[in-house]
Design a protein around this ligand. Structure first.
Ligand code: PMP
Length: 288
């Protein structure tokens, strides 16, 4: 496999980072997870914009233009002969000294990995997924903004450990006020009385690219939507619930905290969202 490192492709065996890279030492860096469908990169500009915003938020100056990164993404996919897959774009703070200061890290590192994707089993989409709420709270946006897609994912990993320990694949994380923020790697949507509702970024949600696509689909389907604070009660009494994410796409949820959602089967509105999403991914991407 060929990996893109800084200014060109190298063999996987040569794709290495320094032990002094602050991405490794402190989780100081940012990333994006992007999908390649049928030779087209889905929502590439949106992912690159979010990467730029993440960089700006953590004061990481990327020496590459958007065009250069976008060309590097295409080059990596082509070099690996991929038509469908998952692209991991990572920018680390770079090599520095054994201290927190970013002052000695003068060269950020760009890494692009394009690989086959481990898809969720089709059964999740057909029968829906059961999830729970976990005790670990989502980071307060005033501490580490969840809108920054940073290399520091321990908050989410702790929640994932709790979920998996109890036999679940995904879990709802609440913010420090007790409102629903998001899942460990996905955004949350409920449908209640015909309306689509999702927590806002200020409640601790990542501004997911799939989340934005779901909102576009709501417009297309004529379903009113709004961002709102949401309690666990709101989730339990929703008629339908689904999660969105680059890897997960749109997944119906049929049970939360042992309460069935709606009639305990994937709902008809969620099915429409998934159908529209799957149509979009093959018609809207940027060609390699
Ligand atoms: N929330 C978190 C914490 C995530 O890591 C992700 C991405 N896996 C999402 C939401 C979904 O975002 P996107 O649709 O851009 O993949």
């Amino acid at each position: 496999m060929k990996i893109y490192m800084n200014d060109g492709l190298v063999d996987q065996s040569e794709a290495k980072v320094s032990v002094f890279d602050h991405g490794l030492l402190y989780g100081d860096g940012i990333f994006e997870g992007i999908r390649l469908y049928n030779g087209c990169v889905f929502k590439l500009e949106e992912h690159l914009e979010r990467l730029e915003y993440s960089a700006k938020a953590i004061m990481l100056e990327m020496p590459w233009s958007r065009k250069e990164i976008s060309n590097a993404v295409r080059e990596t996919c082509s070099a690996n002969g991929l038509k469908d897959g998952y692209i991991r774009l990572v920018v680390t703070r770079g090599v520095g000294s054994l201290g927190l200061s970013i002052k000695n890290c003068d060269r950020p590192q760009l890494i692009i990995i394009a690989d086959k994707i481990q898809l969720y089993p089709e059964e999740f989409y057909e029968n829906g997924l059961k999830i729970i709420t976990v005790p670990t709270r989502r980071c307060n946006p005033a501490a580490l903004p969840p809108t920054v897609k940073s290399l520091n994912y321990l908050n989410n990993i702790l929640a994932k450990i709790e979920a998996q320990h109890l036999g679940y694949h995904e879990a709802i994380m609440l913010n420090d006020q007790g409102y629903v923020a998001e899942c460990t790697g996905d955004n949350v949507f409920i449908i209640h009385k015909g309306e689509l509702i999702t927590p806002s970024a200020s409640a601790g949600a990542l501004k997911g690219i799939t989340r934005d696509t779901a909102l576009e689909i709501a417009e297309e389907l004529g379903i009113p939507w709004r961002e709102s604070n949401m309690t666990r009660y709101d989730v339990w009494v929703a008629e339908e619930l689904f999660l969105t994410g680059t890897a997960a796409e749109i997944i119906p949820i049929v049970e939360v905290d042992a309460r069935p959602i709606g009639d305990g089967k994937p709902g008809p509105i969620t099915a429409k969202f998934l159908e529209s999403f799957r149509r979009r991914v093959v018609s809207e991407g940027t060609m390699l």
